[in-house]
Design a protein around this ligand. Sequence first.
Ligand SMILES: Nc1ncnc2c1ncn2[C@@H]1O[C@H](COP(=O)(O)OP(=O)(O)OP(=O)(O)O)[C@@H](O)[C@H]1O
Length: 260
Amino acid sequence: MTPALDLAIEVRDVTIAYGGMVAVDRVSFEVRKGEFVCLLGPSGCGKSTLLNAIAGFERPSWGEVLVDGAEVAGPGPDRGVVFQQPHLFPWKSVRANVAHGPRMMGASRAEARATADRLIDIVGLTRFAGALPHTLSGGMQQRVAIARALAGEPGILLMDEPFGALDAQTRALMQENLLRVRARVGATIVFVTHDIEEAILLADRVLVMSAGPGRILRDIKVELPRPRSVEQSLEPDFVALRRECLELIRQQSAKAFEAA
Ligand SMILES: Nc1ncnc2c1ncn2[C@@H]1O[C@H](COP(=O)(O)OP(=O)(O)OP(=O)(O)O)[C@@H](O)[C@H]1O
């Protein structure tokens, strides 16, 4: 079959089970190149498991995941991953952390440094390029992690609750920063969150998942104008989407709570 050229990711009938426990149940969706898709759902619904299958850290028990038309067999440089914790090398400067990937992939010291400096500029940390991670705030460290994930020039960025450990104000700034970064690098993004406002602010589409076993309950198109900012969350279109997601999530959370 000829792969559809504009598709970055195809998740086809994917089930992931751990022993007898089904974490993800027959999930199918597609992500177009350049699209920003959020996976939204209650805790434990299988969002991370699904993201890990796209990253190649996890093999589906059934079904398949395709990236650029080819079945995912493991992690690869075409997919950058950002986790909730930045996981930086504490003994390396910001610049050296970001340059590490390109160096490992064979770039010269000068090339890796140029790539690192370009990305450090894009995430707004030029003044801190020589700093060690522990001297930076949590939000700044996470911006370094984003720059590092982009350093291999992946077409796809996979983000697992990347702002989940940050306070509300920093989180809002990080969301706007990510939208600016995305506008400059143009990557396809799959972003896992259980925060409804975050999903609507960021995404072109929100896939709302059910409580375990995880299924896609609804595929919601977010057609709010870009560039977006946190203030938009007060506008009627935003509020209507929020209400739609909230009702779905509330039913699911109640179900998960009763089952626990
Ligand atoms: N390696 C594993 N072995 C056994 N069970 C697992 C494993 N990884 C995940 N699970 C289980 O699969 C289910 C889905 O987990 P997952 O972490 O994907 O959910 P999530 O929606 O990302 O949750 P959260 O928002 O709390 O991180 C959970 O019940 C979890 O306990």
